[in-house]
Every structure is written in C-alpha cells, then in structure tokens.
Design a binder for this molecule. Structure first.
Ligand SMILES: [Zn+2]
Length: 747
C-alpha cells in the first residue's frame, strides 16, 4: 500500500510502528464555539464564535502523543499552565484557543473519568484557561482525542477493534460502548463553560486489516446487510457492503456525539478533524462528502510534512467543496517538520502557509506543542504574533467568493474501487491536474462526485475529469448535460473505462462524450505523444512552447481510441520493449523510448453547445510523477485555453507563485492574491535519496506578474507600497517584493 512516501509523512510510519495511533497527536485541531466565553449564541442573537474567525491557536503538550507514557513521570506537564496558554495566545493576536484537554493517556483537567497527567498535581489547566479567557472574551475549545491507543484503551479492551482473527488491533471500535464513554467525557468537559470541541482522529485505522470484526460489529453488520462479514478485503460485493458499513459506523458515531453535545449545550460547537481528502483513502473510513458536514464547520490540516507545499491550497478547496454551506478551518503548525518537534519556522515560512489558507477562504489554526514540561517557546509566539497581526490587518481581503475557471472532478468510487489499497494510483492524476493548473495560474476549484449537481458543475466554464476510472451512468449523464448546455470538458487517460467494482469494461462510459470508441488500454505507462505544426496551431500552442514532430514522454495510463464523431489530434506512441522485457527478464518501471504510433493523442468532440477534449494519454498523471516534463503540463493548460479562450481573468506569473482570484460583487472588485513560495535549494537528504523535503522559506521573493481582464478595470491597485504597478488597458503588470500581494481590480 502506498499512502504517502514514508519520508513525507513520518507520523504515519510511526503510527504503523506503534500499531496504533500516533497520528492523532500530530493532528492539529481546532475550533468550537461558545457560551462560557462570551461569544456563544445561546440567546439566539449572537453569532457563533467561528463565524468571523480568521486566526487562532491550538496548544497542547508534548510527551504522551504516542500513548503509554509513564504515569509516574511528574516532570510531564509540570508547567502546563492554562492561564499562560491564554495570555500568550491573546498576546499573539489569536482569536480563539483550542486547549488540549484529553488524549489516549490522560485528561488535562480534574476528571472523575480519566487519569490526570502526572505533572499537573492539584492544578487544572482547563479551569485556569477558561477563567483567564473570560477576562479576554477568548473562546476556549477543548481538543479531545477520540482515537488513540494508550492507557485508556488498555484499561478497556472490551472496546478495542478486532481483526478477522479476533486479535485486538489497537484502536477503539466505533460500534462499541466507547460512544457512551465519550459522551460522558465530553459532558464532563462541558461543565467548564467551554465554547466547543475539536474532536480528533475519528478514523478506523491507516492500514490493514481495514475493519473491525468484533462481535458487536459482526452482529450489526449482519443485521444491516443480511449476510456475514467477509473475512478480509475481498474486493467483491461483500466487501462493498463492508466499506459501506465502515462509512456508516463513522457517520453514526459523529452524528451521535454531535447530537449529544448539542443536547447538553446548544451553543457549544463541534468539529471533527476530517480525513476525507488525499492522501487519505477508504482505510480511515471517511468519504469526502459523507463525513465532512457532521459538525458545525469542517476542520482539516495541512503542512508540507504530510501534504506537500502545493496542496496547502488544494486541501482548503477540497474541504470547501465537501461542505459548501460551512466555514472551513485548516490547521498548520509552528514546527519546522511536524507538530511535536519543538522547533520554530522562520516567519516567512509561516506567512506563506497562513496567507495561502486565508486567501483560499479558510480560517487557520496554528498548532503549538509545548515543551515536555509544558513551557512555551517565546520566539514561536513572537513570530506567530507577527503573522497573525498581518492576517488580521488584511481581513477585508479574505473570504470573498472564489473565481474558478476549472473544476477538478474527484471520484470517490475510483479512489475506493479502482485504486483500492494503492490510492496514489488514482490520486496521482488528480494531484497532477491540480499542479498543472496551479503552475499555469488557471484558477481552479474542486468538484466531488458525491455532491455534484447540474448547478454545481455549471459554475465552472471548464471541468477536468482526471483519470476517473469509474464513472457511473448517472455521472456520465450529468456530464453530458453539462456539455450539451455549453460546458467544456477535459477527460484524461482511462476515465470511464472501469465498472462499479473496478472491473475492466469493453467500452468507456464516456464514449458518447469523447466521440470515440475504446479499442484497447495500453498496458504501459511510459507512453509518448507527438504533434505536428498543424496540431500545435489547432491547440493554440506556439512552437516555442512545444516542438513540432518531437515525441515527448507523457508518463501515465493510456488507451487507443478510434474516433466516431471526434477529430483526432496528434499521435499517441507506445514505448519500445526490449527483448528481455518481453521475456519478463527485465522490469519496465524505467521509461523506454517511443516506438510506433498506436492512435490519436487527443480527441476533440463537439456536443450540443459544448466541447470535449479527451486525452488518450495522461498528462495529469505525468505532471505529478517523477518524469514530470514541462511539455505534459503545457498540453493540459493548452487544452483548457483552447476550450475557454477568453477567461474572465488571465494571469501570467512564475511557477512558484500561486494566484488565487476572488470576486466581491458588492464592491465590484476582483482580487488577485499572489503568493510567492520561495524555497531555496535543498541539500542531499539524510535518507531515502533523492526524496527531499523542501527547505524553509526565509526570504521574501521578488517576482513579476501580469493580470488581464476581458475589459479594462476602472482602477487597479496593489496593497503593498513596495509593489510597482502599471496598468495599460485591460492589462495590469506588477513587480512584487513580498510573500503576499493583493491586486485589487475594480470593474
Ligand atoms: Zn467493532
């Protein structure tokens, strides 16, 4: 199974090694709502605390995050002081504070239900925090861990998940008596007058055996589905029911816990740390939409440590798509590597990530983990304070509706049933399509199969379906309507070529849209494309950006299509196979050069008032791979531009600058956020060469950008005094010397 490269997500590797749950400790947190802190809505007149929140903090201890810590070690949390947490958070301009209150080992308050962290002695940090917060009207949210191995699970083996062999697997079963225990735990915490809860780690594990076979689960499964549980991941009809059962179990648990909290205190907020987006897959028991809206707002996390630098924005937009009706909270960390590493990032590194989240419309929680004894790092708070100060000063420029030209269509069924326990096989195409659009400054948004409607598709002038192998008849019909009514569609690779459970189909379910018949899938991924001068002109590409009659690698799945109504463009070429490769004596992981043309590279099909461009190869997959030639990316961008030649906003900037476009229709202002990611070259990695982590951002970059509208704006201005701005007609040119700039274009 491929979740993440181990060097990228060390927490997961640790988790595996621990057999249970360390990730939760790495997961951040946040948010809640409420009463005792003076921002609640108990009287129905005040809005919940999170409605206008922009920046907040989560603070928790370091030392018990792996569980099973020494309960006699009185050094642990000896100085974990609730008053000090509040004072420092307030001084850093935090608008709310998530306090670590319970994990798999301890409570961090006086609990009748749970043992208290050993160093606290008679002190009660939650009481201290709530008392101090009242003076500052700072909402206090309790960070409450749900799923973590440790002393509590050890004390309650009757609630532990069981593998098919009946052996315990180190996590809490969501269909056990643990729900009632959690209800008591949150009830006790509510008596403090907290504003709400952040509930972390509502997952069912991150690896095999992918389920719970305890007697309670077996009984309930049989009642719901009328047959016994499959004995493991059989990937058949019975396993389809098993996945459904796991999804239902997570949803039931979330809803029951949220309802319980609301019944006790209607003003208290609840949010669950979300695991429905890449790189997470079926294994955690969450679907992108099904498990996104069960709290008052969605909370996810980001960070280079587990998600890459580029997907900070993708995470925020994915969450938004999952809960279009809710606010989006994203957690990031102050440590240079991960949550619990006791290090402090340079200010510009923090600014880049924080501003990226805010520009994508999220509110952001900075996670700080204290020293072992509970003390706080003064330098971290200086830098966090500077970053928060800037964010709050720019508040008016965040939170407007996004202007997105392209919708990136995500297929949860493909994730589950085609990629299965190799989810990256599917994610790679999706992430590559996103990467291409981000590098090319084509504003994008996320479309999810679970909640897509005709109206939600129509919001995007162009939709890309990147290698969604499983496209149901209903989805194909919705996409057909979208195109017939004037929508423009890009389809890549083997989209639609597989059945409901991942079985190969003889025909793609998208053939009517593609305008071509599937002849055969290529069994290779080192496939090539080649275009003539006339092809390039047809795609709107100059020979400066792509050489004519020159084969280039487009590494990814491909198929031979025979046009029916579509016009073919360019050549798809299969790779050579050496004699030894054909004899099975040599692998084919490394690309081999181009052999003969086997079919068209692209198919262009008019349908109703719309147009479909289909790639028989996978430029999306190529862009996220190790052989990410620039030409593959240019191809994808050219497809979008050919389908939508006159976008509302057109941006030219270096590839390390992210552009986010929003529209304030009341003030008739388009904002173009430009965010420079200036990571200097990295040295040789200490392990798993050549897989490097990016270096920290230290300097503010200087870069030039051009923003073109369809007609000249009434005015164009930049926020930073240091920015050089020149407007000529519809074209605005800027030279920026900072991490972040906002170009305001009045229309
Ligand atoms: Zn169970």
């Amino acid at each position: 199974m491929h979740k993440l490269p181990r060097n990228a997500l060390r927490g997961r590797a640790w988790k595996g090694a621990l057999g249970a749950m360390a990730l939760l400790a790495f997961l951040p947190a946040c948010a809640g709502a409420a009463p005792g802190t003076g921002t609640g809505s108990a009287n129905g007149t005040r809005e919940p605390w999170f409605t206008r929140a922009l920046v907040g903090m989560e603070i928790g201890p370091t030392g018990a995050q792996f569980g099973h810590s020494d309960p006699k070690d009185a050094r642990y949390c000896a100085d974990f002081d609730g008053r000090e947490l509040v004072r420092r958070a307030v001084a850093a301009r935090s608008e709310y504070l998530v306090v670590w209150v319970r994990d798999g080992d301890y409570a961090y308050h006086d609990s009748k239900l749970l043992p208290k962290a050993p160093g606290l002695g008679p002190r009660d940090p939650l009481r201290e925090a709530v008392d101090e917060a009242r003076r500052h009207t700072l909402p206090i949210i309790a960070y409450c861990v749900m799923q973590q191995g440790g002393h509590y699970l050890k004390a309650h083996p009757e609630w532990e998940m069981r593998g098919p062999d009946g052996q315990p697997i180190g996590r809490f079963c969501l269909n056990s008596g643990y729900l009632e225990a959690m209800k008591q735990i949150v009830a006790e915490e509510l008596t403090y007058g907290i504003a709400g809860f952040h509930i972390d780690m509502l997952d069912q594990g991150f690896g095999p055996p992918y389920g719970c076979w305890c007697p309670a689960c077996r009984t309930q499964f049989e009642r719901e589905f009328g047959h016994p549980m499959p004995a493991g991941a059989t990937w058949d009809a019975a396993w389809d029911d098993m996945l459904e059962f796991r999804y239902r179990s997570s949803e039931r648990f979330e809803k029951a816990l949220a309802a319980h909290i609301r019944a006790l205190d209607p003003a208290a907020t609840v949010d669950f740390n979300y695991h429905g987006n890449p790189p997470f897959s079926f294994e955690v028991g969450q679907r992108p939409v099904q498990h996104a809206g069960n709290g008052d707002f969605i909370t996810g996390e980001t960070g280079v440590w587990g998600f890459s630098a580029l997907t900070v924005g993708l995470n925020a937009e994915f969450y938004r798509a999952a809960v279009p009706h809710q606010r989006v909270q994203v957690a990031m960390q102050r440590g240079v590597r991960m949550y619990h590493d006791q290090t402090t990032r340079p200010l510009n590194d923090m600014r880049w990530e924080l501003i990226t989240l805010l520009a994508h419309g999220a509110f952001a929680t900075m996670v700080d983990k204290t020293a072992f004894d509970g003390r706080l790092d003064p330098v971290a708070y200086e830098r966090i304070g500077a970053a928060f100060e800037e964010a709050r000063a720019k508040r008016a420029h965040f939170g407007h509706p996004a202007v997105a030209e392209v919708g990136l269509y995500f297929s949860s069924r493909t994730r589950d049933w085609l990629a299965r326990d190799r989810p990256n096989d599917y994610f790679q195409g999706y992430l590559g399509a996103h990467k291409a659009l981000a590098y090319e400054h084509i504003p994008w948004g996320v479309v999810l199969d679970e909640n897509a409607t005709a109206a939600s598709l129509r919001r995007f002038p162009v939709i890309i379906v990147p290698n969604a192998g499983i496209v149901s008849a209903a989805e194909a019909e919705r996409l057909r309507q979208y195109v017939e009514e004037g929508g423009r569609l890009v389809v890549t690779g083997l989209s639609g070529c597989f059945g409901r459970r991942g079985e190969p189909l003889q025909a793609s379910t998208l053939e009517a849209l593609i305008g071509a018949r599937l002849v055969r899938k290529l069994g290779t991924v080192d496939n090539w494309a080649r275009f003539s001068s006339a092809d390039l002109r047809g795609l709107g590409l100059s020979e400066n950006s792509l050489r004519a009659d020159w084969p280039f690698l487009v590494k990814g799945p491909a198929a031979v299509f025979a046009p029916t109504t579509a016009s073919p463009i360019g050549d798809l070429m299969a790779p050579y196979r050496t004699t030894r490769q054909t004899q099975g004596m040599e692998g084919a992981e490394w690309p081999m050069s181009a052999d003969a043309t086997v079919g068209p590279a692209i198919l262009s099909n008019a349908l109703g008032r719309g147009q479909v461009l289909s790639f028989a190869c996978s430029p999306d997959f190529a862009v996220a791979g190790e052989h990410a030639v620039v030409e593959a990316r240019k191809l994808l961008a050219a497809a979008v531009r050919r389908l939508n030649p006159r976008p509302r906003v057109r941006i030219t900037a270096p590839a390390n600058v992210e552009a986010i476009v929003t529209d304030d229709p009341v003030k008739r202002t388009i904002r173009v956020h430009l965010i420079g990611y200036d990571s200097p070259p990295q040295t040789m990695p200490t392990r798993e060469r050549p897989y490097v982590l990016p270096a920290l951002v230290e300097d503010a970059p200087m870069f030039r950008a051009v923003v073109e509208l369809q007609s000249p704006p009434r005015s164009a201005k930049a926020l930073n005094p240091s920015t050089d701005l020149k407007q000529v007609g519809a074209r605005t040119e800027v030279t920026v010397s900072d991490i972040h700039e906002v170009i305001l274009l009045r229309y």
